[in-house]
Ligand binder design. Structure first.
Ligand code: 13P
Length: 270
C-alpha cells in the first residue's frame, strides 16, 4: 500500500461507519459478517487504516461481541452519549455504559442531534468532556448548513462550533480528538463537497487547533470528512493533505461499498 501524507505524519486513517437508526441486532449481525468477509479478503490490505463502526445502541452489544469472538480488526463506538455519568436520565446512555461495552469512540454533536434534538454547543462540549471521563475518544462533528455556505460564512461557523466543542480540554485530550467536518447540505443528499472543499475546511480546523494549542497537538488530531461519501469519491477525499478519514452514513450499510471505501488506496491505484 502506498504511503499517504497522513501516514507520514503518523495519523492513522480512520474509516468510520455511522449506521444511524438502521440495523436491528439481527440485521447488524448479518452486515458485520459480510463486512468481515469483505475486509479480510486476502488480496487486499486494510491493515494501515482503522475501521470503526457506530451501530444503534441496541445493536452495539452484538457487534462488539462478534468483533471480540472473531478477532476482527474493527473497533466500535456510540452514536451519542449523555453528558451525565449515570442516574435518573431516562432514555440516555452514559459514557460509562459505552466504555463497559468496550467502545473506543463516541460521536458528539452530529448535525442530526443538533437539529432534531436541539443540542447546543454547550451540550456538545459537556458530552465531549463526558467521553474523556470514561476514556472514550469523542468524534466531534461540526459543519454548516446550506444557507451559511451560500452566505460564505462556512469557515467562521464551523470554527465557532469547534472552539465551543473543545472548550476546557487540555492539550493531552485535544491531541487524541477526532473532528468530523460534515456539511449539513451534503448529508444523505447525494451532494458531496468537493475534495478541495473538504481540504479547505480541514486545513482551517487544523490551523485553529494550532492557534488554540500548538503544532504538536494539531498535527496529531485526525480530521474526517462526512457527507455522501462513496467508494467512487473516497480516494479523492482521502488524498487531501489535511483529511485523515471519512465518516460514512448510507454507504456504510452496504458491506461491499464500505469495504471499498476502507480500501480507498486500491480504488485509486487499480
Ligand atoms: P451520508 O453518508 O449518508 O451522507 O451521512 C453522512 C453522515 O451523517 C455520517 O455521520
Amino acid at each position: 500500500m502506498s504511503t499517504s501524507p497522513n501516514t507520514i505524519l503518523d495519523r492513522t486513517p480512520l474509516i468510520a461507519g455511522n449506521w444511524k437508526m438502521n440495523m436491528d441486532h439481527v440485521q447488524g449481525t448479518g452486515l458485520l459478517q459480510q463486512l468481515a468477509v469483505c475486509l479480510t479478503d486476502a488480496e487486499h490490505d486494510y491493515g494501515s487504516v482503522e475501521v470503526a463502526l457506530f451501530p444503534p445502541f441496541t445493536t452495539l452489544s452484538v457487534v462488539r461481541s462478534l468483533i471480540q469472538d472473531d478477532g476482527l480488526n474493527l473497533v466500535c463506538g456510540g452514536q451519542d452519549l449523555s453528558q451525565f455519568d449515570g442516574g435518573a436520565y431516562t432514555g440516555d446512555i452514559s459514557g460509562q455504559l459505552l466504555a463497559r461495552l468496550g467502545c473506543k469512540y463516541a460521536l458528539v454533536g452530529h448535525s442530526e442531534r443538533r437539529t432534531i434534538h436541539g443540542e447546543t454547543d454547550e451540550t456538545v462540549n459537556a458530552k465531549a468532556k463526558a467521553a474523556y471521563r470514561h476514556s472514550l475518544t469523542p468524534v466531534l462533528c461540526v459543519g454548516e448548513g446550506l444557507d451559511i455556505r451560500q452566505a460564505g460564512r462556512h469557515v467562521q461557523h464551523t470554527l465557532t462550533q469547534l472552539r465551543s466543542g473543545i472548550e476546557g480540554l487540555n492539550s493531552d485530550q485535544a491531541a487524541t480528538l477526532v473532528v468530523a467536518y460534515e456539511p449539513v447540505w451534503a448529508i444523505g443528499t447525494g451532494e458531496v463537497a468537493g475534495p478541495e472543499d473538504a481540504q479547505e475546511m480541514c486545513h482551517a480546523i487544523r490551523a485553529e487547533l494550532t492557534r488554540l494549542f500548538d503544532t504538536d497537538v494539531s498535527a496529531q488530531v485526525r480530521l474526517l470528512y462526512g457527507g455522501s461519501v462513496k467508494a467512487s469519491n473516497a480516494a479523492a477525499i482521502m488524498h487531501q493533505t489535511d483529511v485523515d478519514g471519512v465518516l460514512v452514513g448510507g454507504a456504510s450499510l452496504d458491506a461491499t461499498e464500505f469495504a471499498n471505501i476502507a480500501g480507498y488506496e486500491r480504488q485509486a491505484t487499480p
